[in-house]
Design a protein around this ligand. Structure first.
Ligand code: B3K
Ligand code: ZN
Length: 888
């Protein structure tokens, strides 16, 4: 490996040359593919007279290069393994023509042009276009493209690219061609091509200005019946973006193509989105509610990129959160509006806590806009995406829905057709609202999850209630000292009857802020907390309230408040902010789990606090609550979340304690849980709507509790649910419930399920994942065995994520004290790296928090990381993660 080069944000320089138009021609073949690229190049003002033109290129065979029609001789350019350089290009606009040869059929990295089950497809973000042809492969080079595809007509009857189809016809030798033209300027990462045997579901959408858009979802013909939900999702997304943001689709055709082999979830190529199968194909029999919800969210997400990402794109890859944080925020809002807002918020915050908080506290911690990278692909992270979305959400919290909309409108007005930065977004938001958010930009440059401490006090004589806030952003690699950040803290004060108190005014910093501007009572106010320490004093508070802090999770921080256990039980029972009601239960559960973990470690007998059981019981019995909310509220925080809060993470203790509580709750709430299972059965046909999904969620959660006891009656119950289920949501939940405990019943059920579904590739992936994440002792051997199962394939990312990714997400087995889990992963990472570095790199990340564990585990994990970094021919992707994980 060449010495990996780190790239820095501070070194950004505008390109010396711009590309006005790019005309591509692909001659697709079985042995080789010929790519001809004709580019109209304009020297930028920065180029001066002598700047060389440097093009990126990787794994390419250069056939010829012409400038203004004349072929260049060897000494007129330089080529190495990464670049093609013209040292003295013309100083005025010129034509560049480059012919390269590539071998998509051998490309297992699934980046650039590759083949998936016989069809050609592309993935160019972030830097895959350079594996197709030599190019200035950077997002600030935006050009208008045409793309002519030539291929065998029988093997590849469908030929697709971006934009509009302007010509097609037959060629000699059984070939045909299609010519596509994209009228919008775009960066190379949004280029796409697909060629193969595909059928399509076609529909149409009439936009708000009356334009008719043809919508097509392409898959192998046998999967077409499974595209109905994706089509519904697409149309819903198009309508929602018009209604909420006034954003209309801008072409007459929108294509989605489904491929089984894809590194990420999906890709927003202009008018030709490409998706991995799991995020499009669904039928009630083969997909769960979770799958249906994911499809809605991701189809929406990729569609929303048409404006946030495509029409306005990123100046450089450091700005990735500009399009991803914003688009995740948009898809979250879309799913909330179509489903249940609180439940969606709980799911999103849980995801942040489970995946992003640990990243932000580990060796890979980076700000939502990283300062440097070796491989950009390693920065498509939960930090850039999910924390990035939280940062966008804070603008909305500060400016309200209409202020946020004004900011978005101004952003598009200013920047349509441009490649811009996070500061441009910030400026549009602030300017549109005539406001400033001091210290807010720190969110883009500081890594680490801020800790916000809150101390409250009530003074009856002056009827004032004070909240003293302090913040601390922990040190992260390369950032030992942090500045205070702007943190919006949404607060309500709850009186002793459980009602919100009207809020009139708050003093802070020596000045009085009137909370209500239009004379209407206000029950939640947003404190603008922007210094290291700040006191906020509420006036006219007639009794000591219980503060409901950070309502709706108004900022991505760890809150450490002085609320007592009694206050938390009170909020769990009565907070009007449903999110905080759930949160109160989680805070209680986390405290309880941590104290039981300490008991477990000291070999004390574990006893469950009866008040906690009562709290859970009353939630379970509360018929006025949303059923999915109940399901979430009775679910304990995950093992990772608890380990994340410990000085030295102890997977065995956390596992034992979580199981203990689960079983104890099951014993003590048996009747309620059983009643919930029975009363939430239904014989209605599967529908994707919130009420049905909530019913199934509650039933499945209760069933899992009962089945954990492994008592004959409940095993029977789970078997009954498994056999009588008419949809995958209930069938799979029953299978999962049954497979919690090792034994014959489990083995039979798993075998039965496989026999039933072996021809459904996506269902088989679930079957892999269920076994991989299992907490049964010694599961590494089973996972190892599954690697050689005929249905497993190391080249298919979906299967790798299910089996290997799933295994790494199971704390007890991955962190097995004998090191067997680490050894398994170490070996597999090296095998995978030869096939697909992006996928290998995602897997090796499971090691990154090795320092959080005890000395024995540390030594075992470290040895694997050392073995990996010293391997010959390691990819830059894996090198970056493994070496940063080892760094002091
Ligand atoms: N933009 C793509 C991600 C591409 C990943 C490249 N390694 C998916 C998305 O966020 O919409
Ligand atoms: Zn995205």
């Amino acid at each position: 490996m060449d010495v990996p080069k780190e790239i820095f944000l501070k070194d950004y320089k505008a390109p010396d040359y711009y590309f006005d138009t790019v005309d591509l021609q692909f001659q697709l073949g079985e042995e080789k593919t010929i790519v001809t690229s004709k580019i109209v190049v304009s020297p930028g003002v920065e180029a001066g007279i002598s700047a060389p033109l440097v093009l990126h290129g990787h794994d390419l065979k250069l056939i010829s290069i012409k400038v203004n029609g004349t072929e260049l001789k060897g000494e007129e350019y330089k080529v190495n393994s990464r670049h093609l350089m013209l040292s003295t290009p013309p100083a005025v606009v010129f034509n560049l023509e480059i012919v390269t040869e590539i071998y998509p059929q051998l490309n297992t990295s699934l980046e650039g042009l590759y083949k998936s089950t016989g069809n050609f497809c592309t993935q160019c973000e972030a830097e895959g276009f350079r594996k197709i042809t030599y190019f200035q492969d950077r997002p600030d080079v935006m050009a208008k493209y045409t793309c002519r595809i030539e291929a065998d007509k029988t093997l590849y009857p469908v030929l697709l690219s971006n934009g509009n189809l302007i010509e097609q016809g037959d060629l000699e030798g059984g070939k045909h061609y299609a010519l596509w033209e994209d009228p919008f300027k775009k960066p190379s990462y949004l280029f796409a091509l697909v060629a193969g045997q595909l059928g399509c579901r076609e529909d149409s959408f009439v936009t708000c200005s009356g334009r008719n858009v043809t919508l097509r979802i392409w898959t192998p013909a046998q999967d077409l019946p499974k595209t109905a939900h994706a089509m519904y999702s697409l149309k819903a997304a198009m309508k929602w973006d018009e209604e909420v943001f006034g954003l209309e689709y801008d072409l007459d055709l929108f294509n989605i193509v489904v491929v089984p082999d894809f590194n990420m979830g999906a890709m927003e190529n202009k008018s030709l989105n490409i998706f991995q199968s799991r995020l499009v194909l669904a039928s009630p029999e083969t997909a769960t509610d979770g799958d249906y919800a994911a499809i809605l969210g991701v189809v929406g997400h990729e569609y929303f990129h048409n404006w946030t990402g495509n029409r306005v794109t990123c100046r450089d890859w450091f700005q990735l959160t500009l399009k991803e944080g914003l688009t995740v925020f948009r898809d979250q809002e879309f799913s909330s509006d179509l489903g249940c807002r609180t439940v969606k918020r709980i799911a999103d915050v849980s995801k942040l806590r489970i995946y992003q908080f640990p990243q932000d506290a580990g060796p890979m911690a980076h700000p939502i806009r990283p300062h440097s990278y070796i491989k950009m692909d390693n920065f498509y992270t939960v930090t850039v995406y999910e924390k990035g979305a939280e940062v966008v959400r804070m603008y909305k919290t500060m400016f309200g829905a209409s202020g946020f909309r004004k900011g978005m409108d101004l952003y598009f007005k200013r920047h349509d057709g441009q490649a811009v930065t996070c500061e441009d977004f910030y400026a549009a938001m602030c300017d549109a609202n005539n406001a400033q958010l001091p210290n807010f930009l720190q969110w883009y440059s500081q890594a680490g999850t801020p800790i916000v401490k809150v101390a409250s006090s009530y003074d009856p004589s002056s009827q004032t209630f004070s909240l003293k806030l302090s913040q601390e952003v922990p040190p992260t690699p390369g950032q030992p000292v942090k500045e205070p950040m702007f943190i919006p803290v949404a607060v309500g004060l709850v009186d002793s009857t459980g009602k919100d108190m009207p809020l009139t005014s708050v003093y802070s910093d020596g000045s009085l802020q009137t909370v209500s501007t239009d004379g209407q009572p206000v029950f939640t106010t947003v404190l603008q907390f922007k210094k290291k320490e700040e006191e906020f004093m509420f006036k006219n508070i007639p009794e000591r309230p219980v503060p409901s802090l950070l309502r709706g999770y108004s900022a991505p921080v760890r809150l450490d408040s002085d609320l007592s256990e009694g206050d938390l039980f009170f909020l769990l029972a009565s907070d009007s902010d449903e999110f905080n009601r759930w949160e109160a239960g989680q805070v209680l559960a986390r405290k309880l789990m941590l104290s039981l973990v300490a008991d477990f470690q000291q070999q004390k007998t574990l006893v469950l606090n009866p008040k906690f059981v009562d709290g859970i019981r009353s939630i379970l019995r509360n018929t006025s609550l949303d059923k999915e909310f109940i399901a979430k509220a009775i679910t304990l925080p995950g093992q990772g979340e608890i380990m994340d809060m410990m000085e030295v993470a102890d997977p065995d203790a956390v596992h034992a304690v979580r199981n203990f509580i689960k079983k104890e709750l099951a014993v003590q709430l048996k009747d309620d849980l059983l009643a919930a299972v029975k009363s939430n059965r239904s014989s209605e046909a599967y529908t994707f709507n919130h009420d049905s999904m909530a019913r199934r969620a509650l039933k499945n959660t209760c069933l899992a509790y009962l089945a954990s006891l492994n008592e004959p009656d409940f095993v029977e119950l789970a078997l009954h649910e498994y056999k009588s289920a008419t949809n995958m949501t209930e069938q799979f939940a029953a299978l999962a419930a049954l497979s919690q405990n090792p034994g014959q019943v489990r083995d039979d059920a798993l075998l039965d399920f496989y026999n039933k579904w072996q021809h459904e590739y996506l269902v088989v992936s679930k079957w892999f994942a269920l076994q991989a994440t299992s907490e049964i002792p010694g599961n590494v051997a089973n996972v190892q065995k599954l690697l050689s199962h005929p249905a497993f394939d190391l080249r298919n990312p979906n299967k790798v994520y299910s089996l290997i990714g799933g295994f790494c997400g199971s704390p007890v087995n991955f962190h097995a004290k004998d090191g067997s889990g680490y050894k398994f992963l170490g070996e597999i990472v090296l095998q995978l790296d030869k096939i697909n570095p992006q996928v290998a790199s995602r897997m090796v990340s499971a090691f990154s928090r090795w320092r959080r564990y005890d000395k024995t585990r540390q030594a075992l994990a470290k040895a694997q990381l050392e073995m990996i970094v010293s391997a010959n021919g390691l990819s830059e992707n894996v090198f970056e993660i493994a070496s940063k994980s080892l760094a002091d």
